[in-house]
Design a protein around this ligand. Structure first.
Ligand SMILES: Nc1nc(=O)c2c([nH]1)NC[C@@H]1CN(c3ccc(C(=O)N[C@@H](CCC(=O)O)C(=O)O)cc3)C=[N+]21
Length: 288
């Protein structure tokens, strides 16, 4: 049986580290602030943003949740973002995705000040990551790297296979693994003979968005398998990895729920505190 990576537990450890930093900042009269904007009433999104709000408050971050109707115009949203860019109570701004149909995601992301872009989605932060420069790193792939570090799983020289090429997970994940000296392959929906790649993977990152896509027969024995998928099947949460079969083959495995998800939120809090330190001109390696 694979050794399970307890993301919930590691997220607690990370949040405690963050809480300590927040407390130090507060001693110096500085309170980190996060504002989350949610458009519409998508049930899963509402549950996620409430989770973020609660977690932020728990570590001492001043957290604000702005809920707007789906009918909000893009112009009104851009105006709000511009106001928040200049509001020094907030060091992090997160606009929950996906956006309503009538909005252009790229335009909205671009409007967020790169210094407050705690999601790491702004093109300047994307470019910084690609170039190996300091900047904000997307929370989910950052959370995966943190999990590997906590578990003492080395990446250097390993065959890392990322399945999925989204801007939010797959691409930044590949960049981070490359930065950590892995040999990185990105597979996607057009990849021929996917199993020939996954079977060679010492480290397999599943970010496909298809339930139970990765089965035990296409996993290398002893591999570390990280399941980034969050799928709902019959009201039940499941990942991209078929747990029952992969559990018998993998060396390490993240469960869903309780794996990568909680780390994503922990990294959002981490990035928010980094943003606050950047603004307070304190020691941080973010030099945007
Ligand atoms: N601007 C933006 N930034 C995001 O980071 C962002 C977003 N939009 N839109 C939606 C996705 C999704 N996402 C998750 C975060 C935590 C869990 C999480 O904590 N999941 C728990 C289970 C939660 C449950 O029970 O539903 C777990 O895996 O254990 C899941 C999903 C962040 N996202």
């Amino acid at each position: 049986m694979a050794q399970l990576i307890d993301g919930k537990q590691w997220a607690l450890v990370s949040r405690e580290e963050t809480a300590k930093t927040v407390s130090d900042l507060k001693t110096n009269g500085f309170t980190p602030g996060l504002v989350v904007i949610l458009l519409g009433e998508h049930p899963a999104s509402m549950s996620y943003v409430k989770g973020k709000d609660k977690a932020a408050t728990a570590v001492g971050i001043h957290s604000e949740l702005i809920q707007l109707p789906t009918s909000t115009t893009e112009a009104a949203l851009l105006q709000l973002i511009e106001r928040l860019n200049h509001d020094d109570r907030y060091h992090g701004i997160l606009v929950q995705l996906p956006l309503p149909q009538h909005m252009n995601e790229e335009t909205v992301i671009r409007a967020i000040s790169p210094q407050k872009d705690v999601d790491g989605f702004h093109p300047l932060n994307v470019g910084a990551l690609t170039s190996g420069l300091p900047g904000f790193i997307p929370c989910t792939p950052l959370g995966v790297m943190k999990l590997l570090a906590y578990e003492g799983i080395s990446v250097e020289g390993k065959n890392a296979v990322v399945i999925g090429r989204s801007n939010i997970v797959g691409k930044p994940m590949a960049q981070l693994l490359l930065r950590a000296n892995a040999t990185v392959t990105i597979c996607h929906s057009k990849t021929h003979n996917l199993a020939s790649f996954t079977r060679e993977a010492d480290l397999l990152i599943a970010a496909i968005g298809r339930p139970n896509f990765i089965t035990g027969d296409i996993v290398k024995p002893g591999a570390t398998v990280i399941d980034v998928g969050i799928n709902r099947v019959d009201g039940k949460l499941c990942g991209d990895v078929e747990f029952s079969t992969v559990d018998h083959v993998a060396g390490f495995l993240t469960p869903v729920p309780g794996g990568v998800g909680p780390m994503t939120i922990a990294m959002l809090l981490h990035n928010t505190v980094e943003a606050a330190m950047l603004m307070a001109n304190m020691d941080t390696d973010k030099a945007l």
